[in-house]
Ligand binder design. Structure first.
Ligand SMILES: Cc1cc2nc3c(=O)[nH]c(=O)nc-3n(C[C@H](O)[C@H](O)[C@H](O)COP(=O)(O)O)c2cc1C
Length: 346
């Protein structure tokens, strides 16, 4: 239904316009409790798929990745459509417009997107106002970042500010240090900067006696040495999990587009099928290096049910969709869970 009827219509328009229309529509529809209730009933999943991680019961392992519901406006609707958890954000302390448009591009022949949104969001206070009205029907992760105008030397303060405000309203916090579209952000993945940031947030959590799990979202472009260093610090600072991965800055695995077309699009993070393998390899490495002790949310290029199983088999406890959801719609959540269930009966 989605692939053959809805997608062809949506893909006739500019991707960011469609994104805004969908979020507006979802926000509006979320006001009607009966619509959410009906959708939820329709999208209920077998109890055998449920998972307990960080003392949270996930109805099944498929969630929505950060970036679609940036301002926490549509999470009830995404939950009702079948996602067991929704990661809102990235949210920065202050509202900011993001990069100039156009900043989101489809590469349909390679099932990919390139984006350089640049953390366009309405700020943490706006998100909190929305979250105050949340139901308990969907698990919510809060993805936090720094404002573009904040220099890296002050980045810790931005993260602390967003963390302090958001933590009481979400089920886990994702520390995003891996988006390629905020200049210098990925430098926070380097040893010293990472230690400074994670230890400060960890201390703050202790100070406030909060029990919210802390996750770190990593880039798929880290070298083995950088990954080892990051994992060392992530464990030292008692992080509760990692999200692997964000978009890639590489332009590999897009065989249907020539370099000229790709260069014309310009800078940004590549997502979808081209990042799938890179992300899965990194999941496997992290699972092995941590002896499976650090829960992993696997994300990147899950375009069909087998891609999700591949990530779970590589060591992910949960998975998230973004680009796959754009290309395949909510049906993909069902298809993944159906495949997982079929494996129980084998
Ligand atoms: C348009 C767009 C916006 C995104 N915005 C964010 C963001 O704000 N924060 C974040 O951590 N990741 C963001 N992401 C990255 C996704 O959450 C995900 O990690 C990445 O796209 C790989 O998954 P996918 O191949 O399923 O899309 C964004 C991705 C896209 C395509």
């Amino acid at each position: 239904m989605y692939r053959y009827f809805i997608r062809p219509i949506l893909f006739k328009f500019h991707p960011e316009f469609i994104h805004d229309v969908v979020i507006f529509g979802f926000r509006y529809l979320s006001n009607f409790r009966f619509i959410l209730t009906i959708l939820r009933r329709f999208n209920k999943f077998d109890n055998r798929l449920s998972k307990d991680i960080w003392n949270i019961r996930f109805q099944h392992p498929v969630g929505l990745a950060a970036g679609l519901d940036k301002n926490a406006e549509a999470f009830e609707m995404f939950g009702a459509l079948g996602f067991s958890f929704v990661e809102i954000g990235t949210i920065t302390p202050k509202s900011q417009p993001g990069n100039p448009k156009p900043r989101l591009f489809r590469l349909p022949k390679d099932k990919a997107l390139i984006n350089r949104m640049g953390f366009n969001n309405l700020g943490v206070d706006f998100a909190i106002a929305k979250l105050k009205k949340r139901s308990k029907n969907v698990i919510i992760g809060g993805n936090i970042g720094k404002n573009k105008l904040t220099p890296n030397s002050d980045a810790v303060n931005d993260y602390l500010l967003a963390f302090r405000k958001l933590a009481p309203y979400v089920d886990y916090v994702a520390i995003n240090i891996s988006s390629p579209n905020t200049p210098g952000l990925r430098d926070l993945q380097h040893k010293d900067e990472l230690y400074e940031l994670l230890s400060a947030i960890s201390k703050e959590k202790e100070l406030q006696s909060l029990s919210v799990p802390l996750l770190v979202k990593l880039a798929p472009d880290l070298s083995i040495v950088q990954l080892d260093d990051a994992l060392d610090i992530i464990q030292k600072c008692k992080m509760d999990g990692v999200i692997i991965s964000n978009t890639t800055i590489s332009r590999e695995n897009i065989p249907h587009y020539d370099m000229e077309t790709v260069n014309q699009i310009g800078a940004g993070g590549l997502s979808g099928e081209p990042v799938r393998e890179k992300s899965t390899i990194m999941i496997r490495q992290v699972y092995e290096k941590t002896n499976g002790r650090l829960p992993i949310i696997g994300v990147g290029g899950i375009m069909n049910p087998h891609d999700a199983v591949e990530k779970l088999e590589a060591g992910a406890s949960l998975v998230q969709l973004y680009t796959g959801f754009i290309y395949e719609g909510p049906q993909l959540i069902k298809a993944i869970n159906r495949l997982l269930l079929s494996r129980f009966s084998k």
